[in-house]
Design a protein around this ligand. Structure first.
Ligand SMILES: [Zn+2]
Length: 329
């Protein structure tokens, strides 16, 4: 399962909790979107109920695990926002469900998705419940907005923080998924969401665009005319729509970010590792000021794309700006 590699600390934490049988009354899973919170929740729920676990790890195959996976375990209840909010009636229904003495023994677990969407009366109702913990009930609240959860609720939960993926962590994860290093590196800098990075790295169009951007860098750094020609002949035909140009500029920005990093330290982590020797050569020719002007020029162009500026003009202007500060020797 991919989330375990992306969130090794959380994984260890949950595993130890189950292994040592120190399951608490309430957990708050918080962190950015797409970092594995829901996968981790399902893992944790299975780990709590599994009939056949090994060192805290659920088997995923027993009756209890399968019931959780198929969402037909009456002891496992999930609440989702009803429209924009989670309303008091939803929390009341949930608590009534938890109070039932069912046919099935064992721990009852409830999950509140997007818990930050509980309105104030829903929050207060839940709070009263959390203030009187029952041994056999465990709550898991999930949120991307920790600050929007009532402090009184926060203080009654164990907060489990999911980290945004670092480029290094994501690259490692992608390499484990057999993605070649150059692609894995670039994708790891494009997003801090491991799943999105994986999708990008698998996308043939992305690989093609990446190549086009690197050719642009080489053309621009070689000669302004070459850069202008390349924009017309290859860049614009590849990056047709507004969103495409935005992605193209993000990719271009990474190349110059790499150049700065390599200028500081030749062994720096790169979004385009195969460009390292090119960067090293260019780094000798360019001052920090010159490189930072280039970065500014790309950022400026990036800001102008959503403003519906003519993309042809925008890219030509960018190539010219990338030349400025260049010392002809
Ligand atoms: Zn199991």
């Amino acid at each position: 399962m991919k989330w375990k590699q992306a969130q090794p600390i959380v994984y260890k934490q949950l595993l130890t909790t189950v292994e040592k049988n120190r399951i608490g009354h309430a957990y708050l899973f918080e962190g950015p979107k797409g970092v594995g919170k829901v996968d981790a929740m399902e893992f944790f729920v299975q780990a709590m109920v599994c009939e056949n676990k090994t060192s805290g790890e659920p088997c995923g195959k027993c009756r209890a695990c399968i019931r959780v996976a198929n969402r037909n375990d009456t002891n496992f209840v999930e609440v989702f926002p009803d429209g924009q909010q989670i309303k008091i009636d939803q929390i009341r229904d949930l608590l009534a469900e938890m109070a039932k003495t069912g046919m099935e023994d064992g721990r009852k677990i409830y999950v509140i998705h997007e818990a930050d969407r509980m309105n104030i009366s829903a929050s207060n109702t839940l709070l009263k419940f959390l203030e009187e913990p029952t041994t056999e009930i465990t709550a898991i609240l999930i949120t991307e907005k920790l600050a929007s959860i009532l402090p009184t609720i926060r203080s009654r939960t164990q907060i489990i923080s999911f980290k945004p993926g670092s480029p290094e962590m994501i690259r490692h994860f992608l390499e484990n998924e057999s993605i070649p290093l150059p692609l894995a590196s670039t994708a790891s800098y494009m997003t801090n969401d491991a799943e999105k990075a994986f999708a990008l790295a698998k996308d043939e169009q992305f690989a093609q665009r990446r190549k086009t951007v690197l050719k642009l860098v080489k053309a621009v750094e070689a000669h302004v005319q070459e850069g202008l020609l390349f924009v017309q002949e290859e860049f614009l035909p590849t990056f047709k729509e507004k969103a495409d140009v935005e992605e193209g500029l993000d990719l271009l920005l990474l190349a110059y970010r790499d150049l700065v990093a390599v200028k500081v330290n030749p062994d720096s982590d790169c979004a385009y590792p195969e460009m390292r020797s090119f960067y090293q050569d260019r780094a000798l020719m360019l001052s920090y000021e010159q490189v930072s002007k280039k970065l500014e020029a790309i950022l400026q162009a990036r800001t102008n794309v959503p403003r519906n500026m003519n993309r042809n003009l925008l890219m030509e202007q960018l190539v010219l700006n990338l030349q400025e500060g260049y010392t002809f020797v």
